[in-house]
Design a protein around this ligand. Structure first.
Ligand code: NAD
Length: 253
């Protein structure tokens, strides 16, 4: 790559929340960004934010758990932005319930989006990274990987992503590709707001209660996670691979 050529980053689930903040941050770092989410029109805000700041981005509608849609999305990104060499597997959903009430479809949906989606996206993008001799993969795990009541599906998926990340690091390292996981604690987004709604609490009270149990005494913001992802995707982070970074305002492990 010449020094003037822009690297192409793909961020899934980037219409809002952590993915949107990450797309904006990576664009500010000089990357051209493909903003993927289920609904292409919903990506417009993120793309507009990037282009208004002088960056380059396109909106791409795709369900990351659907193989054909993933293949088509990556082909479009290659044609419109260039070969992607940075991938952030961020798309996610919750279907919380205690095990005895969890439906098979709640299990499948969560495993399909987080695990199958990350697998399909990485498989589709890795060949471009291998060709370039450079790649950065960041997978979104969670503090829930350590176990969390009501999240048998989600914690299994998020722990699974840690194993997936370490295997990618081992297999792809020789091609100049690193793979790392960022595991957020409580981050204020639509996802945690939906949890507050589900347990019948106002979001402000819910955040206050969460903050009181966090050493830094605040909940996280999407930008806190985008900052860690910017580090892992940076040019200088080539010797950091197979790691899981908990970004949770305090130690968890
Ligand atoms: N918010 C938190 O506290 C928290 C904590 C730990 C981990 N995480 C993880 O961070 C990631 C982002 O979370 P968030 O809080 O920003 O969530 P969010 O719900 O605000 O955003 C998730 C985005 O993913 C998209 N998405 C869902 N399924 C998709 C699919 N099949 N294909 C493409 N896009 C899809 C949604 O449309 C949405 O725009 C998720 O993987 C989540 O599990 C979040």
């Amino acid at each position: 790559m010449s020094t003037t050529e822009q690297r192409v980053a793909v961020v899934t689930g980037a219409a809002r929340g952590i993915g949107a903040a990450t797309a904006v941050r990576l664009a500010a770092e000089g990357r051209a960004v493909a903003v993927i989410d289920l609904d292409e029109a919903a990506c417009k805000d993120t793309v507009d934010k990037i282009t208004a700041a002088g960056g380059k981005a396109i909106a791409v509608g795709a369900d990351v758990s659907d193989e054909a849609q993933v293949e088509a999305a990556v082909a479009r990104i290659v044609a419109e932005l260039g070969a992607p060499t940075i991938l952030v597997n961020n798309a996610g959903v919750l279907r919380d319930n205690l095990l005895f009430k969890m439906s098979v479809s709640d299990w499948d949906t969560v495993l399909n989006v987080h695990l199958r989606g990350s697998f399909l996206m990485t498989k589709a993008v890795q060949k471009h990274m291998v060709d370039a001799g450079f790649g950065r993969v960041v997978n979104l795990s969670s503090s829930s990987a350590l176990g969390n009541r009501g999240q048998a599906n989600y914690s299994a998926a998020k722990a699974g992503l840690q194993g997936f990340t370490k295997t990618l690091a081992i297999e792809l390292g020789k091609f100049g590709i690193t793979a790392n996981a960022v595991a957020p604690g409580f981050i204020a987004t639509e996802m945690t707001k939906a949890t507050a709604d589900r347990v019948g609490m106002g979001f402000d009270d819910f955040k206050k209660a969460a903050a009181s149990a966090i050493p830094v005494q605040r909940v996280g913001e999407p930008e806190d996670i985008a900052n860690a992802i910017a580090f892992f995707t940076g040019e200088a982070a080539g010797f950091v691979s197979g790691q899981v970074l908990y970004v949770a305002g305090g130690p968890l492990d």
